[in-house]
Design a binder for this molecule. Sequence first.
Ligand SMILES: *Cc1c(COP(=O)(O)O)cnc(C)c1O
Length: 413
Amino acid sequence: MHPQDPSPDLSTQLIHHPYRPPEDFAAPQAGVFKASTVFFPNAAAMRNREWKHKTGYTYGLHGTPTSYLLEERLATLEGGLQTLLAPSGLAAIALVSLSLLGQGDEVLLPDNVYGPSKALAAGELKAWGITHQFYDPMDPGDLARRLTDRTRLVWLEAAGSVTLEFPDLPELLRVCRAVPNLVVALDNTWGAGLAFNAFDMAPGRGVDLSVHALTKYPSGGGDVLMGSVITRDEALHLRLKDTHMRLGLGVGMNDVEAVLRGLPSLALRYAAHDRAARELARWCLDRPEFSQVLHPALEGAPGHAHWKALCGGKTSVADAGQLPGKAAGLFSVMFDTPYGSAQVDAFCDALRLFKLGYSWGGPVSLVVPYELDGMRERWPAYLERGTLVRFSVGLEAVEDLQADLAQALNCLA
Ligand SMILES: *Cc1c(COP(=O)(O)O)cnc(C)c1O
């Protein structure tokens, strides 16, 4: 029995043991604070609790030191002010739409938007009286024609996560800004807060909300699901925070820790994925099996000029050896028409290092075959007809990945 503990009962002792570690522990990683319940020092503090701002702690759903830390670091990454965490990237997307839209409102989504976003619009949003339209991301005029006084929210995404076309984001923003009370949200998972600045794309042109699937590059492990919504607009943040509370979108602190561990190496990993993806995409350009290689940094790829203007960067002497501009580790190939789905599947099955699996941003290279028919309202003029395969390039040696692609293609011969 501890001398300061008056109870002789072992159960009570083990719960209310008075030992407190000294407070000056310092180490590279912050501690992981897990809580559903949070203690208040007295009843007045409990009555006067304030859960919307990071001035204290009220309940696990509203955060612990661990989640506050990740929120602040993510806001810094994007040049934002506030961050909300959600249990997945898709939950973060849903949070934005559910918070800002009500019966009679309309949301506009790019026709190449992340697939489950389309399903949310066609499912719950539609059932709740919220209409949607899909606009051509490569035609700002098409977006302008679809805006009405019922449009409350416009989603942007760059690059398209399957077809990798890069829209003219500043121009799409200019079009949106002609409509009052319209919120513009960007799915910035591809850019990861590194490729371009979502809140400052051009003077006076930035998005209101930047959404990330932290599942991808920020986590970097392929083992965590989490999402975030970052903004510079305090009022908008508080509006989303209300919905976040009512929907109960809590995240687990062990998962938060995993993302915190990933952040310091985010920029290095992103650059490594980028370098390898560009090398493999260039190699694919010379292969006769493909009618098209889709990567925004390739000359002639859909939206290359827009990518270059926004993410192109400057190549200076100090950058010698660096690639011009920034891009993620994704690229897609369009198999030429003689190759049907069966051969494309055989190619995917023949790959050894590239694994068949969804998502991206982890160490393992991934491949997914897609049939674009049924995914889009319209087949874009800039895409060849055929079966598309998307590669997410991991962190394996690029020569090994290239050899893997070559041996799998040889299986088709
Ligand atoms: C993966 C992804 C999401 C969803 O993230 P999850 O954490 O898997 O729900 C959203 N948008 C894009 C562009 C993605 O790649």
